[in-house]
Design a protein around this ligand. Sequence first.
Ligand SMILES: O=P(O)(O)OC[C@H]1O[C@](O)(CO)[C@@H](O)[C@@H]1O
Length: 433
Amino acid sequence: MNVDIGNALASVASPGVSRDSLERLDERVADAHERIEAGRANDEHGYAALNLPERTDPDEIRETVAPVADADALLTVGIGGSALGAATITNALAAESDVEAVYLDNVDPAWISTQLGRLPLERTAINVVSRSGTTAETLANFLVVRDAFERAGVDWTERTIVTTGESGPLRDLSDRRDLPSLRVPDGVPGRFSALSAVGMVAAAVCGHDLEALLSGAAAEADSLAGSLFECPAYAYGTTAYALDARGAGTNAMMPYAESLDTYAEWFAQLWAESLGKDGLGQTPVRALGATDQHSQIQLYRAGPRDKLVSFVVPDERDDRSIPATDVDDLAYLGEATLGELLSAEFEATEASLAAAGRPNVRIELERVDEYELGGLLYGMEAACVLAGELYDVNPFNQPAVEWAKRATRGLLGEGTFEEAESVTEKTELRVER
Ligand SMILES: O=P(O)(O)OC[C@H]1O[C@](O)(CO)[C@@H](O)[C@@H]1O
């Protein structure tokens, strides 16, 4: 990935960051880079995720998924970082695969039943992913999926791949049933695990090029340097941090490729769960170009000056011509292609924000393929770790999510939890029709 931060400079936008401020921040980037490299060298928790390009073994992953190589559909049962990385890869590359990748990353009963009802279970592989092995939604969905396979007379043990930690209920089940399984590498938080077996099992079952994904990530890793002016990932992380410090508390991630829609969702978890700490953090918002030009841009251009817009744009894309028309007013379209229209829309929207003095950053990819995706995922993870250093927060934990998990377990009778009692003591001011 390449990054252009020109439209985030104070000479263009407000809030904006001046060149001088970037120069001063670059001294902190040098220190942060040293810290990150030390964390990588010692395989410290979290930093270890930035070693995945050289640690992940594509052969081991392909061997493990070989029993389900005949699948027409892949049902991934996982949530958060145990689904979004894989979904980003397989949804971005869906046009290249004959395998339909479905993600059960919620417990909405009607939706789950619809998915199970429409898939050819006898030719569907099950990919169960949970780092902790204890996540209620994932385990509940897995119990439901198993039951559905059994009712359909399909042996789920023949079609299941498990990715989890070294211990926990899912590890126990996997060992007990001798299921093909892989380990979530130690020290790699869920939202930073797309380039491990967590993201790669789905990519392998869908036939994507694991080596290309990892070498794209490795190239990004090689670009990490002690200056933001030499490292796209750090340039992005520093700019986002600097803009937040100057009032842009919202970061709208707006890829100009339908295939990158899930990437924006993955970014939202990465940015929110990593940096949302100690009262700090920039709120990630998902948007999509050109679609959200017709829903969000009014606000981004004329609303409060509290947003950074982050565009992701591929330079090359498969194209489709717009047929010529005898309607004079539409002649300008008939002479173009959809890709040219989308690129013009992107450039026009980027320029429209700059013209209104609204900060935005461009993240450039050559095209949406395995190599570039690997680089994008790694680059944004490194940008996030760098931003964590600048915010001086721990980007690798997520203690605030545990309250609701305890309350849920209490409400479902799995022991006594004070959080569950608080749920029943809700303050009410009901307004009824
Ligand atoms: O992989 P696991 O342990 O099932 O967790 C799933 C997700 O839930 C979280 O722990 C948040 O609840 C995320 O950090 C994680 O990606």
